[in-house]
Design a protein around this ligand. Sequence first.
Ligand SMILES: C[S@@+](CC[C@H](N)C(=O)[O-])C[C@H]1O[C@@H](n2cnc3c(N)ncnc32)[C@H](O)[C@@H]1O
Length: 317
Amino acid sequence: MAMIDELLAGLRAAGEETRLRLLFILSRGEFNVSELTTILGQSQPRVSRHLKLMVEAGLIQRYREGAWMLFRISTSSGNAELARSLIRFMADDDPQVARDLERIAQVKAQRQADAQAYFAENAENWTAIRAYHVAEEKTEEAIRELVGDVHVDRYVDLGTGTGRMLEMFAPLADEAVGVDLSREMLSFARANLGQAGLDHVQVRQGDISGLTLQDASADLVTLHQVLHFLADPAKAIAEAVRLLKPGGRLVVADFASHDLEFLREQFAHRRLGIAHYDMTSWAKAAGAKVTKHEQLSPPAHLAQEGLAVAFWVIEKA
Ligand SMILES: C[S@@+](CC[C@H](N)C(=O)[O-])C[C@H]1O[C@@H](n2cnc3c(N)ncnc32)[C@H](O)[C@@H]1O
């Protein structure tokens, strides 16, 4: 809720055609200034001026991701509710809104194409590693079982990559956030989520070992195939546990300990899988405990050459 002064500032900032359009556009996802310029068909300085006014009035939020400045509807200011209410008043069949929707779709399709180009360059790595472990559908099935289908208020996916976990579990949540270090991966995630119509999901750049997300704010946190890239996985577990609300759950999936040394040189793995013993002690050090542990063996024909995938559910002690 807003104080009267704040509400008036919000109403003034919203009471203009381009700014109302901006509210509507940002209700359909996060966009950078150049994408907003394309959708609105106006010059960058004009668009930037509107955005600045709306940020100051607390209707929208701005955040930096590398060289990009991204915008989204406010979630925390006094005028966040005003922004959401105004959007509800805008009819999808208004001619201007309909044109904006078309341009939004074009911008999202362009993102998808750009991200695909990046993915294509790296796909070789991903496909090569896939050959060493159990089929991805099986891994996803196991995680789905562990997560269950209960509704959650807030879901956080750490090391979100292409956003697959968000695609799977954001539909369970009122709010969902994905964090990744890599801007290219985030572009891909954003494109995928846009395509899947998951407009309530935010992705942002950040380092797992020092997150800016609030303590005790999430009911569900996932870490899927991320820990083996990290120099200090204990720190990542501590950060993930810090985010959990009392009663919240952290679900981790990663390779079990293995000795395929070439994954270090060829695929930038820092650790050769994660030992159950280590996970138990990292959880304990973070003030939590492992409440479930499962493992999926590699395909039988690979024998010693395969990778087992392990799963852990961690809850605050
Ligand atoms: C193999 S991908 C897994 C992606 C995703 N979790 C999934 O299930 O598809 C690992 C991801 O971890 C990210 N990552 C690596 N180190 C990170 C860090 N310190 N902070 C945030 N993300 C990180 C990488 O950029 C990459 O997107």
